[in-house]
Every structure is written in C-alpha cells, then in structure tokens.
Design a protein around this ligand. Structure first.
Ligand SMILES: Cc1cc2nc3c(=O)[nH]c(=O)nc-3n(C[C@H](O)[C@H](O)[C@H](O)COP(=O)(O)O)c2cc1C
Length: 337
C-alpha cells in the first residue's frame, strides 16, 4: 500500500540512486521495528530442497544485495531465503554509470552493472554482522580483469572463502555483463569448472561435516540442445540445483521503448515466458535428478504459481520487487499458503 505512494517518487530518481535510497529506508524501518515478516510467509508449507529446509519457496534473487549489506531488512520482508552477491574475490567498481535502466511500460529493467561489489572480505564481514539465521545463498563470480582461462581460480578462491557462511553457493556463469563469462556454459569449460568446484566442495564439506550445496545459474539465451547438455553436466558433476534464469540479451517485448537499445541484460515481465520455458524444459529433462530454482519475470501470485507448476522447486524475484514493492512477498506467500 505504502509503496503505491513512494514508487512515483522513487521512479523520478535515477534507478541506481532509487535502489540505494530504498534499501537505506528499508534498513532504517527494520531497525525501528517497523518491518516484520508477514504471517503468510510462515504459513506456506515448508519444503526441503538441496537438503535444506526452506520455510517458504520464495527467495530474493542475486544482485539486489550484492554486498550482503541489507540482510536483516530483506529477511524481514518474509523471504524464505535470500541470495546475496554476485561477489568476486577482489572488490571492483563495475561498469560506469548509468548502468541500470527502467522500462516501465514493459515492467522491465536493463542492467549492465558488471559485478560492482566490495569483494569477498567485505561481504563476509557484513554477513557476520547481520547475525542472520535463515537460509542464505552466496552467489560468486569472477573479477572482470581475471582472464577467462583463469576463471576457475576465481571461483575456487571465492568458494573457499564463502562456503563457511553459505547455506548454499551459487556459481554465476550467466551474467551478460562480464566479458566471455557465458563461455563457461560450454560443455568442456563447464565440466572443468564444476569438477574442480565439486572436489573443493567435498574437501571443505568434510572439514565442516556437512554437504555444501552448489547451485549453478544459467542464461535464458540457450538452445534446447545446450540446455540438455548443461543439465547432464550438472548431474554428472554432482551439482545440487540449477537456477534458471539470469537476464536475457533478447529485446523481444521491449522493441521501440526508451532504453531498449541500452547494452546489458533484460529482466522483468518480458523475460517471464522465456524463463518459464527454460524451467519447464529443464524440469522435464532432469525428472527430479536435480531441483530447478525458477527466476525471471515473477511479479504476482499467478506468475509465481506458473513457475512452480512448470517444475520449479523454489522461486526467486528481483524486478517484480522494483515494480510491485515489498508487498509482493506477502501476496505470493498468501496465494501459495
Ligand atoms: C540490477 C540487476 C542486477 C543483477 N545482478 C545480478 C548478479 O549480480 N548476479 C546474478 O546472478 N544475477 C543478477 N541479476 C539477475 C537476477 O538475479 C535475476 O536472475 C533476473 O533479473 C531475472 O529475474 P527478474 O525478472 O525477477 O528480475 C541482476 C538483475 C538486475 C535487474
């Protein structure tokens, strides 16, 4: 309700500035005790996925809280889980601004943030300070100036650092804003990367006496044959989940709109149909061998349910939150309860 009034003000600002101000406001409201999880978030049937027990299936997608600096406030919205990052081993500024654009007529965003983040050390100290007890995914990537042939080193380094504080770790190989990153989705590269990570995961897991789940986040811009190959590689390398999808390079559904020509990944409503197709295709192919986490264009109860019906075990939102506000969590949880 409140968001209906604040949204026009926020939308009058530069999108990235509005993002920062919204999170600062939410932090303050949470500290004042004004934000508490809606009862609906506790009513949805809990479910076990990747060996973890989720209080509800709706999560916050990666990229909104890249540095894990707002966990208590975001958790207070009622999410069943929160994914922070993408974090890279070393801090990096990301691309020059402006790098985030709204396409309100299409309820879409285009971003080319380029993994702007404070690095893994800052993220870890923020997580420790948060005292968070809920399910936390940490999404990891490579630094922009690490050559793609050395990408594995960055993922191993980041994994080694974050696994102790992560309920699960997401391997992001699908951002369109880091040069050549999506190459890592190719069969040979993917097998090498995930094989190394799986070995490290088992080593770290033994020391911690727990299985550390790994999810792999993929792009929507893949053919059916590529999706099938990725699905089999993920199973073969002992991964725990696939997250589908990241933003798209397609501009279908936004042709002619202001900012449609900006470089970067498109998210929100125009991505919904493609993400649903990818999730449906993967679920069909995997037949329960690996859970699918569905993300892309979820902006109301019906689209959340459609993603679950397509075969997703869990779902995540980002752009829907920008257009619909924090009440979206309650709306979806109520409908699923
Ligand atoms: C501004 C912005 C930044 C993002 N940053 C990341 C990121 O750092 N890592 C990542 O895995 N996904 C990132 N994403 C992708 C989202 O997590 C999500 O996969 C995508 O936006 C589709 O979901 P949506 O339509 O609900 O936004 C970002 C999305 C946006 C809009």
């Amino acid at each position: 309700m409140l968001y209906e009034f604040t949204r026009p003000l926020l939308f009058a600002l530069d999108p990235e500035r509005a993002h920062e101000m919204s999170l600062a406001g939410l932090d303050m409201a949470q500290r004042l005790g004004l934000v508490t999880p809606p009862p609906s978030s506790q009513l949805v049937a809990a479910r076990t996925v990747m060996g973890l027990s989720f209080p509800n299936p709706l999560g916050l997608a990666a990229g909104l809280d890249k540095n894990a600096a707002h966990i208590p406030a975001l958790a207070a919205l009622g999410f069943g889980f929160i994914e922070v990052g993408t974090v890279t081993p070393r801090p990096q500024p990301g691309n020059p601004r402006p790098r985030l654009f709204r396409l309100p007529q299409a309820q879409a965003l285009i971003n080319r943030m380029g993994f702007n983040n404070g690095g893994v050390d800052a993220l870890l100290s923020n997580i420790r300070a948060s005292g968070h007890r809920g399910i936390l995914g940490i999404n990891i990537g490579k630094n922009f100036d690490t050559p793609i042939e050395r990408a594995v080193d960055d993922y191993l380094l980041a994994f080694r650092r974050v696994h102790g504080l992560a309920s699960y770790v997401t391997i992001n190989i699908s951002s369109p804003n880091t040069r050549d990153l999506r190459q890592l989705q190719g069969a040979g590269e993917l097998r090498a990367l995930l094989g190394s990570l799986a070995r490290l995961r088992d080593e770290c897991g033994q020391a911690q006496q727990r299985h550390i789940p790994i999810a792999v986040k993929i792009a929507p811009d893949l053919s059916d044959a590529e999706l099938d190959e990725i699905a089999e590689t993920l199973v073969g390398e002992g991964m725990d989940a696939v997250i589908a999808t990241n933003t798209t390079l397609s501009r279908q559904g936004v042709e002619g709109l202001a900012h449609a020509g900006e470089a970067g990944g498109l998210s929100g409503l125009p991505l919904r149909q493609r993400s649903l197709e990818v999730v449906g295709h993967l679920a069909e192919r995997l037949r329960g061998r690996l859970p699918v986490i569905g993300v892309g264009g979820i902006s109301d109860a019906a689209s959340a349910r459609a993603m679950l019906n397509a075969g997703a075990s869990l779902i995540q939102v980002y752009s829907g939150l920008i257009y619909r506000g924090p009440g979206l969590v309650d709306e979806i949880c109520r409908a699923l309860a």
